[in-house]
Design a protein around this ligand. Sequence first.
Ligand SMILES: O=C(O)COP(=O)(O)O
Ligand SMILES: [Mg+2]
Length: 226
Amino acid sequence: MTADPPLVLDIDGTLTRPEGWGIDPRVFDAIRQWDAPVVIATGKAFPYPVALCHFVGIPELVVAENGGVVYTGDDVFFTADCEAARAVATEYRAAGYDLGWGEEDTVNRWRETEIAINLEQPLEPLREIAADHGLEVIDTGYAYHVKDTDPNKGEGLETIADRVGIDLADCVAVGDSVNDVSTFEAVGRSFAVGNADELAKAAADEVLDGVHADGTLAVLERVRGS
Ligand SMILES: O=C(O)COP(=O)(O)O
Ligand SMILES: [Mg+2]
């Protein structure tokens, strides 16, 4: 009898349907029935992964905003300051560009430590303005994120592991993009789904054949305890 390993799961590109958006419904039962902690580590704003845990029915262990917000189930940690990112957004708009999410912008509305910009918006001026403020821009394949260079998902995961008593060497992580590289470096076993970007593929222990949730569900089946 071996136990299920603790999991660290990215959302977009990893739990998504084969067409690339929306969570694959098979993921809900797979996560709910997992017999070990499951950490959701995402670039999305804090409420999104909390809601995912809530609706799946699992404890809320969350790294949000690429590590800017960390929730251990008991305490919330903010590891980045949103001021500089907000200043970048203001300058980008003043230069005639738009964040690209419409007037009410539910992508950034509850975001507390960084700013996300729609991939259809021009990248170069964004990079230039971000650099002026000492920030980086990362492309997750789902959005550009203007963020502090310091916090990342891997560090957020370390905070949770420390508080909850998870051994990172036992953890299995699955992800798809540059923002998962720090996660992959922190855990014992890392997997990039078949649709992952080159940086995630290079950092992972193994690149899966399956794309999106197909790849993730296949690897969960493989690593689960018996
Ligand atoms: O917010 C994004 O751009 C990507 O989100 P993810 O980290 O869950 O893939
Ligand atoms: Mg992703």
